[in-house]
Design a protein around this ligand. Structure first.
Ligand code: PLP
Length: 383
């Protein structure tokens, strides 16, 4: 198998699994209980909070563990809006956000919140001047992702946060696809709220975190006990949280090496694809991107058919975000970048991981050559 879908999810590393294991059957106590074994569990929870915090340059008390990146995005957006309940509220976001943000904004809109979705240029970037012009006296929050899940394109987050700070507006960034791929420190981002998720960095699924800058007021979405500083009730999923921390620690320690490796493999992949297959375009290639992601339009082919061909050869890639796969709608990200629906549907995403090899890259290129030749042959028969 050649797995090139690391932006969808990653395998749990053996070291991560080993770190989680004791917390299922042996150290199973509830972190809120008082006896000795529970104290050890509480210590593990606190240790994990410190580790995840330090991976993004935050303080432990600024980290809220949640059940996913999706939940963290919801907590950021809905939790801020609830603090302004009864007032006229405006959110600025981009037209290329992950559904965890975009659909949450759609829902907030039905509750009377005004939402501006900034357009992006052909490379998928928002224009900070456009953002500046979109601010109104009611703007309470700007939510713009750090790295796009489909193209890997990085947004000018620092410029955005400077504008937000100047105007006294809160800034949230969904950094799920940036964490573990580029250096990510909350003060460099200048963000008040930052979303991260474990399963994109070789940690377990079903655990995420929201960084909330000290002093930022967010209303909880889940009420009950006093877990997570009262911000997210529910007995903590200790094995998952401990696994998340281990994954964050390993990702931070190996970031530079892995980024350099995946970056050079990605460049090799792109240049071989261009050399061997005509009529392709690489989306977002002129923008700064995370090193592991490439998003390629193979003109005149159907992307889902191409995925099936690759699947038969044991190569796993994707047509867009994992959540969009299975819907026949073209990617909203690619459409926002100006691609036609047909071109968007002829686009594949390849996301490399720490285990990706040169041989895998070369085999994938060969498989693509054959796939594209077959599909273009078929499509010309139909024309
Ligand atoms: N945000 C981005 C940019 C993502 O890529 C994803 C997952 O694909 C999410 C949020 C959602 O994270 P989770 O799968 O942990 O809910």
């Amino acid at each position: 198998m050649i797995y090139l879908d690391h932006n969808a999810t990653t395998p749990v590393l053996p070291e991560v699994f080993d770190a989680m294991r004791p917390f299922f059957c042996d150290q199973f106590g509830n972190a809120s209980s008082f006896y000795t074994t529970a104290r050890a569990v509480r210590a593990a929870l606190q240790g994990a909070r410190h580790t995840v915090a330090s991976a993004i340059g935050a303080a432990a008390e600024e980290i809220i563990f949640t059940a996913s990146g999706t939940e963290s995005d919801n907590l950021a957006l809905r939790g801020i809006c609830r603090m302004f309940q009864g007032k006229s509220c405006h959110i600025i976001t981009s037209s290329v956000e992950h559904h965890a943000v975009s659909k949450t904004c759609d829902d907030l809109e039905t509750q009377g919140i005004t939402v501006t979705r900034l357009a992006v240029d052909s490379q998928g970037r928002v224009d900070p001047d456009d953002l500046r012009r979109s601010i109104t006296p009611s703007t309470i929050l700007i939510s713009i992702m750090t790295a796009n899940n489909e193209t890997g394109v990085l947004q000018p987050v620092k410029k955005i946060s400077d504008i937000a700070r100047d105007r006294g507006i809160l800034f949230h960034t969904d950094a799920v696809q940036a964490f573990g791929k580029i250096p990510l420190k909350v003060n460099d981002l200048g963000a008040d709220l930052v979303t991260v998720s474990a399963h994109k960095i070789y940690g377990p699924k079903g655990v995420g975190a929201l960084y909330i800058r000290k002093g930022t007021k967010v209303a909880p979405l889940i009420t009950g006990g006093e877990h997570e500083h009262g911000m997210r009730a529910g007995t903590e999923n200790i094995p998952a949280i401990v696994g998340f921390a281990k994954a964050a620690e390993l990702a931070t320690a190996s970031l530079e090496t892995i980024a350099a490796r995946t970056g050079s493999l990605r460049d090799r992949f792109e240049s071989k694809v261009r050399e061997k297959i005509d009529n392709v375009s690489i989306n977002g290639v002129d923008a700064a991107r995370v090193p592991n992601t490439t998003n390629i339009t193979f003109h005149d082919i159907d992307g889902e058919s191409a995925l099936l061909h690759l699947d038969l050869r044991g190569i796993y890639a994707s047509t867009g975000s994992a959540c969009a796969t299975g819907s026949s709608e073209p990617s909203h990200v690619l459409c926002a970048m100006g691609l036609s629906k047909i071109d968007a549907q002829g686009t594949l995403r390849f996301s490399l991981g720490k285990g990706t090899t040169e041989e895998e890259i070369d085999s994938t290129v060969e498989a693509l050559v054959a796939t594209v030749e077959t599909l273009r042959g078929i499509s010309s028969i139909h024309v």
